[in-house]
Write a protein that binds this ligand. Structure first.
Ligand code: MNH
Length: 479
């Protein structure tokens, strides 16, 4: 039986994990790391080292999983679970025991999961649709204004996608407008949020010894930013408690205030609701923004794909004088495949951590100790040639045709853009709805011309985005 085969005692021959060549006595593999793009570095290492390997960073040993065969074992919830290690421990300074950063053992995880699951049901999603449409419409107006009288006007795509998704989660989440599309100075909340997130991710990516030196300025600013974030959110919660009219509010905040945990009968505390709101802002905006930016990059380069997408718009949403409906969004099968394929090549959360529940042996020969962190590199897993073929680097939405998905039925563990198991993404349907909706509305209104000299360069913070991507917009002329 499989479990016996894998138990530590019965393994006749344990092997050391493969590691990069040229390992140094004290530094280990430090010189092989890519400090500003660590996950892309690990993706490249996997090409030589295979499905599982180890990187030694001074005293730390990071186990990296990059292939579908090993991932299959690591995703087995009876043997492995989500691990909260850096950078997530750093994100905890903002979001504490909010859903994304709670330890598996913290009671608030299960409680908030129970309370919030219905807030991401299909019925709930329907109630966010109009607000999402309103936000995309605001972006369209913002873009129209920005290119008016400026033929050849280019827009910064990742930044504008961030504005859009922050506005969407702010308005659907807790009825808060960040005024992202107003020309004036950045909202202080947004400024603190982006500074805090980049502090967290830069101090997570760098090499331990340099952290204290390089992070000095950030270390003083960070607590101030966190305090501002918390006080704004607390004010929103207090205001809602005082003046809220529940029948009009179906947003995430109102649901958290009103819904008791079915298991304990208890409501979430105001303090915990604060951390959930911050969690949704952290986990729910840059991720979807990244997918949208990468998708627009590919659409700007491939006119065949764009033509098919627009043909689908004509078919599913023929009368554009009518606002697009919730049910229409679900019918965009081809545009959904564009999103799926974008999340394959560039999963916006490019890696996540697991840990063994007990000492265990994987691939019949590698011992993983209880609790030792294992990094699953989706960037590599999603390109594993054993599953995705020799052309796995090539962007092709047809990989997600139902027939193609069926043909991969034996490899369901080779595609996990939303994570896995109990701690998988709660916002998956929300993100997919918003991404498909935004792509439909944007490619319907605009043509996107790439800068011929732009070569895709991927920036890593906690999430990934196409670095410096600018596209020239022109109003689409239709007959
Ligand atoms: Mn999201 C967890 C990817 C959009 C809220 N999300 C995760 C995980 C991945 C992920 C991967 C698991 C991380 C881990 O194992 O450590 N999320 C995405 C991607 C998108 C995304 C690729 C967009 C595309 N996520 C969203 C949106 C929201 C959201 C939108 C909220 C509205 N995600 C979460 C929360 C968790 C999570 C909350 C933590 C769930 C839990 O642990 O219970």
């Amino acid at each position: 039986m499989a479990t016996t085969d894998r138990s530590v005692k019965d393994s006749p021959m344990l092997s050391p994990l493969p590691h990069p060549s040229g390992r140094l006595p004290i530094l280990g593999d430090v010189l092989k790391l890519s400090p500003s793009t660590p996950v892309q570095g690990e993706m490249r290492m996997a090409q030589d080292l295979g499905s599982i390997f180890e990187i030694k960073i001074i005293a730390d040993r990071l186990v990296v999983v990059a292939g579908a065969d090993i991932a299959e074992e690591i995703f087995d919830e009876s043997r492995f679970a989500k691990a909260i290690v850096s950078p997530l421990t750093k994100v905890r300074q903002i979001a504490k025991d909010g859903l994304f950063t709670a330890y598996n053992s913290e009671p608030n995880w299960a409680k908030a999961h129970n309370v919030l699951a219905p807030a991401f049901s299909k019925t709930a999603m329907r109630s966010y649709h109009d607000t999402m449409v309103e936000c995309v419409t605001d972006l369209v107006t913002y873009w129209e204004r920005s290119i008016q009288g400026k033929p050849g006007g280019a827009v910064g795509v990742p930044g504008d996608m961030n504005k859009l998704t922050l506005e969407i989660i702010g308005r659907t989440g807790f009825g808060y407008e960040f005024n992202s599309f107003a020309a004036e100075a950045t909202d202080p909340f947004v400024a603190s949020m982006s500074r805090a997130l980049s502090h967290v991710s830069s101090s997570a990516n760098d090499i331990p010894i340099l952290r204290d030196i390089l992070g000095y300025k950030g270390i003083r600013q960070f607590p101030k930013d966190v305090e501002l974030l918390q006080s704004v959110v607390d004010d929103v919660i207090t205001a809602r408690r005082r003046g809220g009219s529940p029948e009009q509010n179906t947003d995430l905040l109102q649901r958290m205030l009103d819904t008791p945990d079915p298991a304990t009968g208890e409501l979430l505390t105001d303090e915990n609701i604060r951390y959930q709101v911050l969690t949704f802002l952290v986990a729910g905006h840059e991720t979807t923004a990244g997918v949208l930016a990468f998708a627009l990059h590919y659409l700007s380069l491939d006119s065949d794909i764009l033509t098919r997408a627009r043909a689908e718009i004509d078919e599913v949403w023929p009368d554009r004088s009518q606002v697009i409906t919730f049910d229409q969004v679900a019918k965009f099968r081809y545009i959904r495949r564009i999103v799926d394929e974008t999340l394959r090549l560039w999963p916006s959360g490019p890696a996540f951590f697991r840990k063994a529940r007990e000492d265990t042996v994987v691939a019949d020969k590698y011992l993983l100790k209880k609790g030792h962190p294992v990094l699953v590199v989706l960037l590599a897993l999603h390109r594993d040639p054993a599953v995705w073929g020799r052309d796995s680097e090539h962007f092709d939405p047809d990989r997600f045709l139902p027939s193609a998905v069926r043909a991969r039925a034996g490899h369901t563990n080779a595609y996990k853009p939303f994570g896995t198991g109990a701690r998988a993404c709660i916002g998956r349907q929300f993100a997919l709805h918003e991404a498909v909706l935004a792509l439909v509305m944007l490619i319907d209104k605009f043509d996107f011309t790439p800068d011929p000299s732009y070569k895709l360069k991927v920036k890593e913070l906690l999430t990934i985005r196409p670095d410096g991507l600018e596209l020239t917009l022109t109003h689409r002329t239709r007959l």
